[in-house]
Structures are given as structure tokens and as C-alpha cells.
Design a binder for this molecule. Structure first.
Ligand code: FES
Ligand code: FES
Length: 148
């Protein structure tokens, strides 16, 4: 089957395989991380047609024909995406294991709602967990990326 990942088409074996495994093992896209493995932590988040999904909780066959964006696909022409830049500048991570998931979920949030309130940010990001407790800096980075 063909998967469309970060704007490129990839021939991969999708049958009965988890999307996270295909991304990491076949395409060497290591930004999406395995945390819980059961759809509870958001470390494996990718965008599917612009919406955040846990790639540990999707079969690769389910996303055939859809546009998948991983953290590796966000920067353009060597420049970080504004959300990545805001996370970097605000130090919105410690170990950074959760960061690709938080960044991608934030990108989806700001596409849907360019000026979210603090509560709307917390609600939208509630499926992403940070074991290091960087939540205050993450909130600040999201607000800065939103231009508020
Ligand atoms: S590893 Fe996928 S949600 Fe936790
Ligand atoms: S920065 Fe370590 S889990 Fe979030």
C-alpha cells in the first residue's frame, strides 16, 4: 500500500500493522514516540488530514489515502515551524519525549482556533501527557505561537 507521509508517497506493508511501527521501523521517522502504547499519552501523535491522532492506536491501513504529517514534516526550507520555534524559545520541555506530540497537537489546535483561551488550550492538549511536568512552559509556548 502507499502511505502519504510528509508530502511524499511511500510503498509500505500496511496489513495488520500499527501506524507508529510503520513510521518508525519502515520510514525511519523516529519523532513519534511510543509511551503508553494504548492511546493514553499522546507521545505518538501525528496529524492525519490535519487532525491529531495517536499513531499507536491506528492501523496503517486506516490512513491509506490520507495525508499524514509527523514532526519531521513540519519545518520548511530549514526553518522551524512557528510552534516549534515557540516551544524552543520557551523551553517547553525537559527530556522532550512528549514534545513532538505536543507540537503537532498545538499545530492542529491553532489551525482550528487561532486564538484559544487558556482553558481551550488545556482542553485540546489534555490527551498529551508530560512526565516532566513542563505544562506551564508548554502553555506559555502555545500562547506565544498563537500570538497572544
Ligand atoms: S504511545 Fe500512543 S498514546 Fe501513548
Ligand atoms: S519534557 Fe519529558 S515528558 Fe515532557
Amino acid at each position: 500500500m502507499i502511505l502519504n507521509v510528509n508530502g511524499s508517497r511511500h510503498e509500505v506493508r500496511t496489513e495488520a500493522r500499527i501506524l507508529l511501527d510503520v513510521l518508525r521501523e519502515d520510514l525511519n521517522l523516529l519523532g513519534a514516540k511510543e509511551g503508553c502504547g494504548v492511546g493514553m499519552c499522546g507521545a505518538c501523535t501525528v496529524l492525519v488530514d490535519g487532525k491529531p491522532f495517536s499513531s499507536c492506536h491506528l492501523f496503517a491501513e486506516q490512513v491509506v489515502g490520507k495525508e499524514i504529517i509527523t514532526i519531521e514534516g513540519l519545518s520548511k526550507d530549514g526553518k522551524l515551524h512557528p510552534v516549534q520555534q515557540a516551544f524552543l524559545e520557551q523551553g517547553a520541555f525537559q527530556c522532550a519525549y512528549c514534545t513532538p506530540g505536543f507540537v503537532l497537537t498545538t499545530v492542529a489546535l491553532l489551525n482550528e482556533n487561532p486564538s484559544p483561551s487558556d482553558d481551550e488550550i488545556r482542553e485540546y492538549l489534555s490527551g498529551n501527557l508530560c512526565r516532566c511536568g513542563s505544562y506551564q512552559n508548554i502553555l506559555r509556548a502555545v500562547k506565544i505561537a498563537a500570538g497572544s
